[in-house]
Design a protein around this ligand. Structure first.
Ligand code: HXC
Length: 258
């Protein structure tokens, strides 16, 4: 499918989705969010795709929701139109692993979009922030909820109340990102991680993602039981037999997603 605000390429079983509105630092217009939801859904359904990388440009992952597009909307407009709600639901329902590769600004909805991915690898020039307070509003797609779970209450309050940006070193220190790399190595690093994931059993990867995400939704006791049962269930797969036999036979496992 041809997109106007995205560039999608599939190589080595990895779908690379690049936000592409350079004139607005990849601000999330209605069109971009709809196209992104469609691209994510298509990648999730494509049997050739085993991992997804979401990225922007060197200057901006995304500078937030499109302020110019939102500015004149009324309460009734955003409520009845459920601004971003249905598309964001689609992005959150992707079952394959999704890595955010963030360079430059990830602000407002851009930071929130990165946090919707399974993990974030960032460039050393990355800047994360929830500056909505400067616009007289607050975060609307996870900036008060996911950010608090990533970095804790104190930093989440600081960022949501002052609107200040967090640099890459602070983001790594705070647990917001899993890795920081030089800007010119960002895509190599993210694609390398994605290809590594793509080489695993897709069933185990999907179940691992579900189990980690479950930890946000439930008590430790229930989460541990869910994890144990999911672990048990993987013994019904051929990939478990293959993975464990390959270890014993000192060879590379050939997973077949069965
Ligand atoms: C629309 C945007 C934009 C945005 C940048 N642009 N961010 N357009 N919406 N969020 C446009 C600028 O208007 C400008 O267009 C061009 O991109 C380049 O931006 P500059 O400001 O000239 O660049 P620079 O001076 O380098 O500053 C970069 C910046 C700044 C610090 C990132 O652009 C900025 O503060 N942007 C807004 C960040 C923000 O508040 N995000 C939160 C949005 S609210 P022209 O045409 O002038 O060249 C949100 C709510 C989410 O995300 C909730 C969802 C439900």
């Amino acid at each position: 499918m041809a997109y106007q605000t995205l560039i999608v390429e599939i190589t080595d079983h990895v779908a690379l989705i690049r936000l592409n509105r350079p004139e607005a630092l990849n601000a999330l217009s209605g069109q971009l969010v709809s196209e992104l939801a469609a691209a994510m859904k298509a990648a999730d359904a494509d049997a050739d795709v085993r991992c997804i990388v979401l990225t922007g440009s060197e200057k901006a992952f995304a500078a937030g929701a499109d302020i110019k597009e939102m500015a004149s909307k009324s309460y009734v407009d955003v409520l009845t139109g459920d601004l971003f709600g249905p598309e964001i639901e689609v992005i959150q329902r992707v079952r394959k692993p999704v890595i955010a590769a963030v360079a430059g600004y990830a602000l407002g909805g851009g930071c929130e979009l990165a946090m919707m991915c399974d993990f974030i690898i960032c460039a050393d020039n990355a800047k994360f922030g929830q500056p909505e307070i400067n616009l007289g509003v607050i975060a609307g797609i996870g900036g008060t909820q996911r950010l608090t779970r990533f970095v804790g209450k104190s930093k989440a309050m600081d960022m949501n109340l002052t609107g200040r940006f967090m640099d890459a070193a602070e983001a790594e220190r705070s647990g917001l990102v899993s890795r920081v790399v030089p800007a010119d190595k960002l895509l190599d690093e993210a694609m390398g991680a994605a290809k590594k994931i793509a080489s695993k059993s897709a069933i185990a990867a999907m179940v691992a993602k579900e189990a980690v995400n479950r930890s946000y939704e439930t008590t430790l006791r229930e989460g541990l039981l869910y994890e144990r049962r999911a672990f048990h269930a993987l013994f019904a797969t051929e990939d478990q037999k293959e993975g464990m036999s390959a270890f014993a036979e000192k060879r590379e496992a050939q997973f077949r997603d069965r």
